[in-house]
Write a protein that binds this ligand. Sequence first.
Ligand SMILES: C[S@@+](CC[C@H](N)C(=O)[O-])C[C@H]1O[C@@H](n2cnc3c(N)ncnc32)[C@H](O)[C@@H]1O
Length: 381
Amino acid sequence: MNLNLENIKRGISLMKTVNFNTDCNKGPIMLEVATTSACTHKCYFCAEHSNLIPVEHTSFKMPDEMLWKLLSDIKKLKIEEVRLAGNGEPTADPRLTPIVDFLHQAGVKVLIVTNGTLVERLPDSTFSKLHKITISINSFNNVTHQVIHDYKGATQLPKIMKNLDRLAKIPGVKKKIQINYVMTTDNYAEFSEVLDYVEKNDIFVAIRPVYVGYKEIASKKLEFGHINKVLSEIEERFTQGNLSNNLLKTLEYARQSFTSDASTFQERNELLPCFAGLYGGYIESNGDYRISTYCDGKPMGNIKHSGFIGLWKDNQLQSKLYSGVIMNETRRPLFKNCNNCLEGENYSRQFYSVFSKIPLQMQLIRNKHKEKVSKVKSFLS
Ligand SMILES: C[S@@+](CC[C@H](N)C(=O)[O-])C[C@H]1O[C@@H](n2cnc3c(N)ncnc32)[C@H](O)[C@@H]1O
């Protein structure tokens, strides 16, 4: 794990949430929120909008009352980070500027994941208040960009690149920009161009293989040959030396994501400790709550009934969150896909690797789990 100051602060905060949290007055350390499910693209790998996946796509905007109550709950629970993303395009929500203003004023770090198509609607001051701006581009080639994002017209990608240039010129903003680049069978051959882009523009690009959560997108999944080609190019670039920080970061990120189990077709089939519900949470525009965007099955609750605070303090939910942390010991998954979920391999693995070495922390967690389960049992009996 990268032991920088930000991650150390996150680790300490998580430890407080997990083991020193009287009456659950402190929330998770970050929440992902989709204030709208409307999007200007229909990326073929997107579970919500892809035309390849035969589900009805109806856009939903979080009602005003629910949204402002959620923001107030975030402040009260001292949640440190909010990522505006989820299954829609955050810049398509006309309330984005007041949302960012409120959270920024409350001392919350606001991160955004956007496709960059509507950036021109927003003032510079909104971007200055953001902690991190991730732009999903997925191809620098005009034709491939249209194929992956499923639209027609050659002006869209130049417009996104113009928006990106504008953001990079706002004082203090360039260093907060990251580009997300999902690799599929359509764009993997662009890998070396993407590295050239990083070198020329000094912007970090998070390149990762497409995650195939649906059989309909299986044909877009990279094969061993593609992956090996990408990995050998990574090693070759490393040998060139004199690499900028962003190029190094891009290569290290790609090496890690292209050697993970998910990209190499190996099913893990193993339950890992999942801290996702204690460090995070995902709230959809209709108020549905899941501990992570990867959780399959039904949502674990909805904030329309008792708000996020009510949900978070609910004994039954808390007992499930602690069950998730020790499911590698109990062998009881929270959801069907826990055995192969990527969440367990990402932040959870990093937190666990440190947490499990700090004396008493895992024992405290096991005790908390027992305490939470017995509270639910006594409530039900
Ligand atoms: C679902 S989008 C929503 C936010 C915004 N509309 C955007 O396009 O960035 C959030 C991020 O999830 C990534 N994503 C969605 N489906 C994916 C998949 N199957 N594999 C890998 N990344 C995926 C997208 O590339 C994007 O960076």
